[in-house]
Design a protein around this ligand. Sequence first.
Ligand code: F2R
Ligand code: MG
Ligand code: MG
Length: 349
Amino acid sequence: GSPASLSRFRGALVAAVVGDCVGGEFEGAEEVPMETVLRHLNGLENDTKGDATLEYSDDTAMARCVVQSLLTRGGFDEQDMAHRFAKEYSASPGRGYGAGVIQVLKKLASPHLSDVYQPAREQYNGRGSFGNGGAMRAAPFALGFPEQANVKKFARLGAMLTHSCSLGYNGALLQALAVHLSLQGALELPQQFISKLITEMENVEEDDAARSDARFLKEADKPFCERLYRVKDLMGRSTVSIEEVISELGNGIAALHSVPTAIFCVLHCLEPRECFPESYGGLERTIAFCLALGGDTDTIACMAGAIAGAHYGIQAIPQSWIKCCEGAEDADVSAGQLHMLYQQLSQSD
Ligand code: F2R
Ligand code: MG
Ligand code: MG
């Protein structure tokens, strides 16, 4: 498809929802044999009822708030977005939110709050959350802003409403950047794709706050860059086991242990692999691979789904999967609206 086509927008937003919904089945599981994953996915294909049976979780609930805020305000408005997060949590608290972020969402509901970034700053004795909650809802920023600098700026600010640790908000920035590049067709050249991400994150992680957080958490000097180099290394290997992906990149709830993993899953599944049915295209392979990792499967599949969907487009997502997932059809409609906003902004830039 052509860069930033409607099909890519629809693919990104719909596959993110599908990843969240189908991945929810295995969230927290330690070991998920590929046969179990394929049986789960086959079950969706054979589901003749076709009514949304898989519910979305916090990943999609918060991404929907981001989408509606960007569309309603025609850009980023922190007050509006914070208000939507709080309202959504209060209306549906049972979507599987992280244990810490709940405190932030409750504080954001206060009518007396003057600084919407303050509750996030109060988390974890003032160090902020490094969870992947900012990254899991970052894809719409890539669809709302044509300029790469704006994608980075607003994905970071949008994440900081709940995640003030640099390892949380930089994970969101990285995820939005990966979707942005994928929308432009950058996954046609996978080596250049990963090199661009590394170059961008080298600059982002120069920041004093990033260096201080990394030191405090005893991580590498530039933690996301270090993980992306590991992704590059794994890409060069002919075979990579699930165990190697988990030990090298992680499958956990921290942004550092899940965003580079999601990026790797997309890159690894660009080519057919023995473990998947021949009938599977790249998007199906990506989602299946994410699920087989176990751990934070809904979020890793959601983030990988957004990147892969932006690459393959809407046609790559099986209709039977879309029909089973709550919110997937809404996401398709929203993708069309974001595409219009993106085109308007492209023309005015
Ligand atoms: N939370 C889950 N899944 C497990 C529980 C499901 C639920 N109880 C159920 O059964 O329905 N999934 C969702 O959470 C992840 C996104 O989390 P988010 O928004 O980043 O939340 P939070 O609370 O900020 O961080 C998550 C955990 O990370 C640890 N953590 C973060 N920062 C920390 C810090 N500075 N120091 C120490 N620990 C820190 C804490 O354990 C947090 O609880 C997604 O997977 C989403 O699907
Ligand atoms: Mg979730
Ligand atoms: Mg999760």
